[in-house]
Design a protein around this ligand. Structure first.
Ligand SMILES: C[S@@+](CC[C@H](N)C(=O)[O-])C[C@H]1O[C@@H](n2cnc3c(N)ncnc32)[C@H](O)[C@@H]1O
Length: 250
């Protein structure tokens, strides 16, 4: 499979994501609203707007960046439905190149953990810093996939199905291997869109989810040049229990 074929968050993944992940909860939105007020914000890896749209609705000035044209197309549709506007960049965060700097950058709900391997994640952090105004802050939410750490739980196969409408459903089969020593899960996902009994579309993707413990993540942010790193233990409904790390560009 080519790199593009293996890429995650294509068309069926986007549909599945939006059918299974509701818009961000009030707690998650208020967390960012309280901290960001009227600052200029970029949500990197914003996807289809699960967080970006509610943040715009409460008055924050937020732009978005994502490499998935499918996720961004759905985000644009939702913006239109809500009569909202935002500047969205279709870019790979590894090659981020923006026309201006922001007061804050958010990477929500574990998206940072998709950057693989870790050297890439560190390069991305270092690069993101250059798109922050002096004194600007990066907010990164991460979680630990505790189930993968239990003994003999390194291999997992899972099937899920979600209804699109009364005749159409999307079926997902995932096969995952956790590497506890290198702290990542590699998953292969197989999506099928089934209309009545016929498969009308299928899609495959490969993704990595890395995990970071709290001291590592602080060290990582400091290594990328961020200062005054703060930690918030968060338990936003609908998201895995996690930590939001805030680093400052000084
Ligand atoms: C778990 S989704 C989160 C979407 C959104 N932030 C949310 O809170 O629902 C992860 C997103 O990261 C994007 N992504 C993954 N790797 C990326 C990369 N290298 N550059 C830009 N976006 C990336 C995916 O396309 C996807 O939309």
């Amino acid at each position: 499979m080519s790199k593009e074929e293996a890429r995650a968050y294509k068309s069926l993944c986007t549909e599945f994501y939006d059918l299974t992940k509701p818009l961000a909860s009030g707690e998650e939105v208020n967390f960012y609203k309280e901290k960001l007020g009227n600052k200029t914000v970029l949500e990197a890896m914003c996807g289809s707007g699960r967080l970006l749209i509610p943040l715009l609705k409460v008055g924050l000035k937020v732009g978005g960046l994502d490499y998935s044209s499918e996720m961004l197309a759905h985000c644009q549709e939702r913006l239109k439905e809500e009569n909202l506007t935002s500047t969205l960049y279709e870019q790979d965060i590894e090659k981020i190149d923006l026309p201006h700097q922001y007061d804050a950058i958010i990477i929500a709900i574990g998206s940072f953990q998709l950057l693989h391997p870790r050297e890439t994640a560190l390069k991305v952090l270092t690069k993101m810093k250059t798109f922050l105004n002096p004194g600007g802050q990066i907010f990164i939410e991460t979680f630990i996939p505790w189930e993968a750490l239990y003994e003999n739980n390194e291999y997992e196969e899972e099937e899920r199905e979600v209804e699109k409408n009364s005749h159409t459903k999307i079926h997902l089969r995932s096969v995952s291997h956790a590497d506890k020593f290198y702290q990542f899960i590699k998953s292969k996902n197989f999506y099928k869109k089934i209309h009545q009994v016929k498969t009308i579309q299928s899609e495959e993707e490969e993704l990595y989810v890395n995990w970071y413990y709290r001291y590592e993540m602080v060290y990582f942010l400091e290594k990328a040049g961020f200062k005054n790193v703060e930690l918030y233990d968060v338990n936003f409904s609908q998201n895995p229990k996690g930590i939001v790390y805030v680093g400052q560009n000084i």
